[in-house]
Structures are given as C-alpha cells and as structure tokens.
Ligand binder design. Structure first.
Ligand SMILES: Cc1ncc(COP(=O)(O)O)c(C=O)c1O
Length: 398
C-alpha cells in the first residue's frame, strides 16, 4: 500500500473517516507525512491555513505571543482585541465585533442575535430563512439551520424556527415568507462550501438585501469558509457590493489558530447586552494576535490579489482541460475556492490524489473541492492541475 502507516486510534471517537495518512509538518503550501512523503495541500485544513504552513512571518509573532500570554478572561481588557475588531470593521463596512473560537460558535451567536432582534420587536416566535444545501455547523441549532439531512440524522428534535428555501431563487423566498410577521432574518453562505461550492449570484444577494431592507429583517451572511480574502475580496459578498447586518467568520481568520468572530452592522451591533452571550476562550490574546498577524501579512504580501490571480489561473486551466470530459458537469468557484462537479459520487478521488501527492476533499458526494492556502503560487497551481486532471479523467473512464 502506498501509505505504510495507517495509525489506529482506539481511544479517539470516530467522528471522522480518516485517510490513512498521518501528517507531521508543513512549509508553505506543502505538507509531509510521518513517512516523509510530500503533498501539495489544496485543502489548507479546510480553508483554514490562509498563510500556509509555518509562515516565516507568522511563526515568530505567535512564539512571541505564547511567551507573553496565551489566555486571559474576558473579565479584563485586551487592547489587541479592539485593534482586531477595528480592522474587521474597517474591511467590512460594519460596526462591532464579538469574538469566539469556531465557525459554529460564530453562527450560534448570529442565530441568537436574530432571535433577540425579533424578541426586542415583540416577535415571540422568530423565524429565520435558511437554505437548501447550507452548512452552518454541528451544534444543535447550527445543524438545524444546515440543509443536509445527513448532518441532522439522529439528532432530532431539531431546533424550530427555520424556513428553508432554494438558492438563487428570489421568487421562492418571496413566496415562503409572504405575509409571515415572524420572519426576522435571512441567513446564507455567500458561496456554499460543504454544500458543493455553490455561489449565490450577485443579483440574488442584492435582491435579498433589498428584501431584508423592505421588511426590516437582518441579512446574515456566513463567511466562515468563503471569507477572509479567499475569493480575492475580504468577504465574498463584497463582489455583490452589499453589506450584511451580521457576518460570522472563523476558519482563515487565525491562519490555523482557532478564532471565530461575528461582525455586526448598526442594526445588530447593540442587540446583545452584558450577560446575553459569552464564551471563555473568545478573543483570547493568542487567537487575537493570530488574527492581527494574518491580516497584516495578507496585506504585506498582497494575498487578496494572489487569491484572485492564482484562483483565476486555476479555474481557467481546470475549465479548459475538463469542460469537454464526459462526466464533468461544471467547474465553478471564485478565487481560491473551486469546485469540480462530476456526474457521480467521487469520494475515491481523495485517496487517489493523495497517492499522487495532492490533498483535497470531495464534498456533497460529487464535488471535488479545493480551498488551498492563499499563498499558492502560479507554479503550484500548474502542479495541482497536472496531478488532478489525469486523476479525474482516469476515474471517469473506469
Ligand atoms: C460555511 C460554514 N459555516 C460554519 C462552519 C462550521 O465551522 P466550525 O467547524 O469551525 O464549527 C463551516 C465548517 O465547515 C462552514 O463551512
């Protein structure tokens, strides 16, 4: 077998179907396993490793922070927290930030904000519009908002108060909410990640923004996977020229150090009062430093432009080489968030690509998904294509 080490973990809960690979270290967009085999990392810890691995500017900053302070309670001020909040506010055009540690936590906070927004207006049974194929996390509330029966199976009763609609269909959302006084918010990913790299169209996002304005609903955009520069703008919805009222972030924000955030605009910024929400680790000095350094290095190194440029190169090459291959339905995405939809389940491609030195994932059963570090070079993109395209062709030809 190509991976001689298949570790067993008798004491670890089997929540993930692991590949027979144990990674040991990384550098840039490459990682090595414990046997010394090298891989090009097109998964990036699932859209987390913004700066790749062991970035020479990030490592000393984190070492410095660890030596000063890793954690202190939210009972005290950490001056860096305000700095990171101000930077997110400036880049989003919104006003206030709540910090937490993960994507589901950020989304959970967003759902609480929406409910309290309703209660503050006298709506005692608030409802939130969510989407087919959405993924918002695995807590009871966020899995209830998620549009994937597999994620929900076995965990009922689900949290109530969600209305589900298809993506990019403005008539469907109008119809589903018509005359309903309990609707308080609309919640979507600007580009669905786990659902198969499904972008909301700019037109649709603008129309939903207008619908929310007309009805005094909160527009909440989950940028946990597609945000933080991945598409070539700070946040993917910015391609539509709109500003949401609530925006959960996580994943790429700390370049590997766990951090989440909920950014809010004026309509949602003052809904939470002391005692309404909180989390022990949220905004701890290590995660805040990771966020600050990630943004600083992204700007110093021009990583938004890089994501747009290398992403376009990748999308163009994959489209050109795969478009006419029978079994390939679509190549889509924006920046360094790219999906290739096949006409059949293709989970087997994950192992096959790993055998050939390329890490990626398959999501929604039949979509090959790439969310590499934003430092990916043009040459590495070429290498990725050179490994992936023959694998897809061989797989489809079987
Ligand atoms: C869009 C989106 N929201 C939320 C989450 C949940 O984030 P976490 O796994 O950090 O809880 C994910 C994770 O994949 C995601 O893609």
């Amino acid at each position: 077998m190509s991976h001689p080490v298949a570790p067993v973990e008798p004491h670890v809960m089997t929540t993930y179907g692991r590949l027979p690979i144990a990674l040991s270290h990384g550098r840039g967009s490459r990682v090595w396993d414990v046997n010394g085999k090298q891989y090009l990392d097109a998964l990036g810890g699932i859209a987390v490793n913004t700066l790749g691995h062991a970035h020479p500017k990030l490592v000393p900053a984190l070492q410095d922070q660890v030596a000063k302070m890793i954690h202190c309670s939210n009972y005290y001020y950490n001056p860096a927290t305000e700095q990171l909040a101000a930077q997110l506010v400036e880049r989003s055009g919104m006003t206030n930030v709540f910090f937490c540690s993960t994507g589901l936590e950020a989304n959970e906070a967003a759902l609480k904000l929406a409910r309290k927004y309703g209660h503050d207006k006298g709506i005692t049974h608030p409802q939130i519009v969510v989407y087919e194929k959405a993924f918002h996390g695995r807590s009871i509330a966020t899995l209830s908002a998620t549009g994937n029966p597999k994620v929900q199976a076995g965990f009922g009763p689900l949290v109530e108060g969600f209305i589900r609609v298809p993506v990019n269909d403005i008539e469907a959302i109008r119809k589903a909410t018509a005359g309903n006084p309990n609707v308080v918010a609309v919640f979507f990913e600007a580009i669905q990640g786990e659902g198969g790299v499904n972008p909301m169209t700019p037109d649709y996002m603008q129309q939903v923004r207008a619908l929310c304005d007309t009805n005094d609903w909160l527009l909440m955009i989950d940028e946990v996977q597609c945000g933080m520069g991945r598409t070539g703008k700070w946040f993917a919805h910015q391609w539509a020229g709109i500003v949401p009222d609530v925006m959960p972030l996580a994943k790429g924000l700390g370049s590997g150090v766990p951090i989440g955030a909920v950014v809010a605009g004026p309509k949602a910024a003052h809904i939470f009062q002391p005692g309404n929400h909180g989390t022990t680790f949220g905004g701890n000095p290590l995660s805040i430093r990771a966020g600050l350094e990630t943004i600083r290095i992204m700007e110093e190194d021009g990583l938004l432009d890089n994501a747009a440029k290398v992403g376009f190169q990748l999308l163009t090459a994959l489209t050109t080489q795969l478009m006419h291959v029978p079994g390939v339905k679509e190549v889509r995405g924006k920046g360094l968030m790219i999906g290739i939809e096949l006409d059949r389940p293709c989970g087997a491609l994950v192992n096959r690509c790993a055998d050939h030195g390329l890490l990626l994932s398959v999501t929604a059963d039949s979509v090959v998904r790439m969310v590499p570090p934003l430092i990916l070079t043009g040459a590495e993109a070429d290498e990725l294509v050179a490994i992936l395209v023959p694998q897809i062709k061989a797989f489809l030809a079987e």
